[in-house]
Design a protein around this ligand. Structure first.
Ligand SMILES: Cc1cc2nc3c(=O)[nH]c(=O)nc-3n(C[C@H](O)[C@H](O)[C@H](O)COP(=O)(O)O)c2cc1C
Length: 392
């Protein structure tokens, strides 16, 4: 589905508006929501906005570099696509299209355990290695097989998510009766009738349910058994000991996602992981938790010398990427921005979002007086305007 030709899209916010028009309500709402009062979801964006840059002038700004590495792997800008569940419901074959856009742009793509397209689907339609995100389930045989499938698909890092062993409640999903594919209730049919391009693309693909799980987990053969399985499978006993066996079984680069506290960051370092992501799951889990950016400097100060620290949550512009990098993040992940691009215009929409972010980052870095992303530190920020800063 191409981007609409008559809508001018200059920002991620423009893209969000197009996605809201084009994606069925239950899937748009699934992306654009946080848990309970959504206070943490809002804080992620708001706290980034408060951080101010120092404007510097008369410094050579020619020949700028944004390229870097994340766990040793090249990234055209310091950014990776975050793992997001049900991405193939924002747009048919969504995970494949987003992975292709990321590959062409030169940034890493992460496939969620709860994706619609499977590990094998994405591997068959891309050439660059992608990352696989793991949720730990009670069925450890299934987890071991999942890890082995990610290895067989030549995934180049495992992202282990630690902050969703119990699901935070999102009111909109309950009200909408979220399911994949959508149930054919009268309300859904009426809404789907207003999204003809989405329906047409969805009818032309076979990929409409959780393909990493269906047919792979014991006893999961159809939609109703899948629903019951996922509800009871997320393992609330997950502990740091489990991280050890997962690391051993995987044997490659390991990234721990969902760290929001310096004490947990030290545990993460002790596991020998290669990177950690300061994250509150995009405000979708513990409502009332602080924003990711508010915790970033503390985590960097605690463990930044021992492990790569990344951040996600609320990144909506290149300015936000620069803010996170200035506070010590080696890179960021984006969730909703790329989902809006996907819903608005498939692969082209994701590419456009990456282009918008890269251009904003490039120009902002230049206006701060810098030419290389590796030179960026807290001194590009106005003291007193960022978390943990000395007062102005
Ligand atoms: C619709 C949606 C689904 C998500 N699904 C997953 C998931 O399956 N696994 C995971 O580790 N994180 C998941 N996340 C969290 C993202 O990986 C990421 O932490 C978050 O989106 C970052 O915030 P942002 O959307 O403001 O960029 C999801 C987020 C969204 C918005």
């Amino acid at each position: 589905m191409p981007l609409p030709s008559r809508t001018f899209i200059a920002t991620v916010e423009d893209m969000r508006r197009v996605a809201r028009r084009r994606v069925p309500r239950m899937f748009y709402d699934y992306a654009d929501s946080g848990s309970w009062t959504e206070s943490t979801y809002r804080a992620n964006e708001e706290d980034l906005q408060k951080i101010r840059f120092r404007q510097r002038v008369a410094r050579n700004m020619e020949n700028r570099n944004l390229a870097t590495t994340m766990v040793g792997q090249p990234a055209a800008i310091p950014l990776a696509l975050a793992p997001t569940g049900l991405t193939g419901m924002q747009h048919a074959d969504g995970e494949i299209l987003a992975a292709q856009a990321a590959e062409a742009f030169g940034v890493p793509f992460t496939l969620s355990t709860m994706s619609i397209c499977s590990i094998e689907d994405v591997a068959a339609h891309t050439t660059a290695p992608f990352w696989f995100q793991l949720y730990v389930m009670r069925d450890r045989d299934f987890i071991e097989r999942l890890i082995d499938r990610a290895k067989a698909a030549k995934c180049s890092a495992l992202v282990l998510t630690l902050d969703l062993q119990i699901l935070g409640q999102r009111h909109k999903d309950l009200r909408n009766g979220l399911s994949a594919p959508p149930r054919m209730t009268l309300g859904n049919l009426v809404n789907l009738a207003t999204k003809p391009a989405w329906c047409w693309n969805m009818l032309r693909t076979q990929r409409r349910t959780f393909r990493n799980i269906a047919g792979h987990a014991k006893g999961v053969t159809d939609l109703s058994s899948l629903g019951a399985w996922t509800a009871e499978q997320f393992d609330p006993t997950l502990s740091w000991d489990d991280v050890e066996w997962i690391k051993k079984r995987w044997g490659g680069k390991l990234i721990l996602k969902g760290i929001l506290d310096p004490d947990d960051a030290r545990h993460a370092v002790d596991t020998g992981a290669d990177a950690l992501i300061v994250s509150n799951h995009g405000g979708r889990q513990l409502d009332g938790a602080v924003s990711s950016v508010a915790m970033l400097p503390q985590v960097v100060d605690a463990v930044g010398k021992d492990i790569e620290v990344w951040m996600d949550g609320g990144i909506r512009s290149g300015q936000d990427i620069l803010r996170a990098v200035a506070l010590g993040a080696r890179g960021v992940m984006i969730g909703r921005p790329f989902l809006y691009g996907l819903g608005a215009g498939g692969r082209e929409g994701v590419t456009k979002v990456l282009e918008i972010l890269a251009r904003e980052l490039d120009i902002t870095m230049a206006l701060c007086g810098y030419r290389d992303i590796h030179q960026i530190g807290r001194d590009v920020l106005v003291p007193g305007s960022y978390p943990g800063s000395p007062a102005a």
